[in-house]
Design a protein around this ligand. Structure first.
Ligand SMILES: Cc1cc2nc3c(=O)[nH]c(=O)nc-3n(C[C@H](O)[C@H](O)[C@H](O)COP(=O)(O)OP(=O)(O)OC[C@H]3O[C@@H](n4cnc5c(N)ncnc54)[C@H](O)[C@@H]3O)c2cc1C
Length: 484
């Protein structure tokens, strides 16, 4: 039986492990941290449960397809709830509530801009077609050749790769609040809406068409499910097992060294950050130079706070976006002129608003996220200064006092992303999906220099996010299965 070592235990590694174990490979995972899950780890403190990274469960069809490949369903492992409202956006003078179906969303759009519901329906219908093409014809390609992108459907829509999502949205909607609402979903792809091809409007279908879901107990339930599935399929999982070296002999990957011990294998896959993974190789075996990595556009890093409140909070939803400052300016301070944001937008997640299991009775679990440029200076005083800024705004917008109800607060930022995940420049979720960083233009799933060495995860294809990570694991497993 062929033996495969996988570095890391994020969504992409767990997905690759399950697919390969099903094909009869003997798979071992080596994870540096003391629990599996990577960016999607969990923090439990004083009865409060926090997802440390992803909290938006979008594209339920991708999760369904993943478990179906093994004769299972998500409901065999966790309970899913469709959130209504899906989320709420706070602006300086109003709020927009996104319901769980198009009728409710159209009504809300119409309230803000007369006549916008018709435009919205057309926009989402086009977005749905793009979603079908993206999911069925594009993302399942391994990014080995530009020809993969040439299909009857994409050729007919080639203009959508050269126009941006910003242009497309602004053509149809005038109200700045609606524009921000429709530009928000592509932020998951890691780049500015004005740099993201309009074809990616399929994210708007994911948002309004497919809805926002919550696995009871939090996103970590999905990681636990995948770990259980992997173990059912015979995968061995080692935690506290940092990989120090990828071993190469006669141009082929032959194993790894972890905690000083050698583990031989027929193939090696790294689901750790790509740049870091290449540093585990001797220089002559690395495919990409430091200039290559330095020039790329990364998805933002984040300043995160995990906060336990000793009371239930008012006027909040499960997911809340605070777009009450200038969206454009904050985006410029992430991508064009990287610096700590002057007036940050932020996201606040209160899973205990809909799921009692996430906090002690009468309490609220709060997760706050400020997107920031990667590689910024990260100090305790900056973290504390920004917490004060957002908590003041949070109190004002939700019209309540909460500062004296904080039992504890933990923070996580650039230095932690580097320390905990070996993240390049402390990026939170990989390399952005811009036109020049899409498909075959992204770092390769398969090493061009070392045989039997493969990569998976958010820095390779298809890109950032949990559903793409599930797909990335499948793509690398398919390459190995088909003996590439
Ligand atoms: C704050 C935040 C919020 C997010 N929100 C969402 C969201 O709401 N919805 C969504 O879909 N996506 C979201 N994402 C993105 C999503 O979480 C990621 O794209 C996805 O989890 C990445 O999975 P991965 O397998 O590529 O990498 P990772 O999860 O980073 O896994 C890589 C693993 O490799 C390990 N590793 C690194 N170096 C070594 C080594 N030398 N030896 C052994 N192990 C090593 C790391 O510890 C880690 O466990 C968010 C991400 C963050 C950070």
């Amino acid at each position: 039986m062929k033996n495969i070592v996988i570095i890391g235990s994020g969504f992409s590694s767990l997905s690759a492990a399950c697919h390969l174990a099903k094909e009869g490979f003997q798979v071992s995972i080596f994870e540096k941290n003391n629990t599996v899950g990577g960016r999607a780890r969990q923090l439990i403190k004083g009865g409060f449960t926090f997802d440390m990274g992803p909290s938006w469960y979008w594209m339920p069809d991708i999760f369904e397809k993943f478990f179906n490949e093994f004769g299972k369903k998500p409901s065999d492992y966790y309970e899913l709830e469709k959130l209504d409202p899906a989320y709420k956006i706070f602006f300086a003078d109003d709020t927009i509530t996104i319901g769980d179906c198009m009728d409710k969303i159209c009504e809300e759009f119409e309230r803000i801009e007369t006549g916008s519901a018709v435009h919205l329906k057309n926009f989402i219908s086009k977005a749905q077609t793009n979603y079908d093409i993206a999911i069925n014809k594009i993302v399942l390609k391994p990014g080995l050749s530009p020809l993969e992108l040439v299909t009857k459907e994409t050729v007919l829509r080639v203009d959508q790769f050269f126009k941006t999502i910003s242009q497309e949205v602004r053509k149809r909607f005038k109200n700045p609040k609606l524009i921000s609402t429709l530009e928000f979903p592509v932020l998951f792809l890691g780049a500015k809406p004005s740099k993201t091809p309009s074809f990616y409007s399929f994210m708007n279908f994911a948002d309004f068409g497919l809805g926002t879901w919550h696995p009871k107990g939090g996103m970590y339930q999905v990681i636990s499910a995948m770990k259980s599935l992997a173990e059912e399929l015979g995968v061995t999982v080692h935690t506290n097992a940092p990989v120090e070296k990828i071993l190469v002999k006669n141009g082929k990957a032959v194993g790894i060294i972890s905690n000083g011990s050698t583990h031989n294998s027929d193939k090696v896959i790294s689901g750790a950050d790509y740049h870091h993974s290449e540093t585990l190789l001797d220089k002559e075996f690395r495919q990409y130079s430091s200039e290559y990595w330095n020039k790329k556009t990364y998805a933002p890093s984040s300043l995160l706070f995990y906060v336990g409140f000793n009371k239930k909070l008012d006027n909040i939803n499960h997911h809340n976006l605070f777009f009450d400052t200038d969206f454009e300016k904050h985006a410029e301070e992430i991508y064009d002129n990287p610096k700590w944001p002057t007036m940050p937008l932020f996201y606040a997640n209160f899973p205990s608003a809909t799921d009692k299991s996430m906090a002690p009775t009468g309490c609220e679990t709060g997760f706050f996220l400020i997107p920031i440029a990667p590689n910024l200076e990260d100090t305790p005083s900056l973290r504390s200064q920004y917490f004060d800024i957002i908590i003041d705004r949070f109190e004002k917008r939700t019209r309540q006092d909460v500062k004296n109800n904080i039992i504890f607060k933990e923070s996580f930022c650039v230095n932690d992303f580097i320390e905990e995940y070996n993240s390049y420049k402390g990026n939170a979720y990989g390399m952005a999906n811009t036109l020049t960083q899409t498909a075959f233009l992204r770092p390769n799933l398969k090493s061009k220099k070392v045989k039997n060495l493969f990569f998976t995860g958010q820095l390779t294809v298809p890109g950032p996010g949990v559903p793409p990570a599930l797909i990335s694991g499948k793509l690398v497993a398919d390459l190995i299965k088909n003996k590439h």
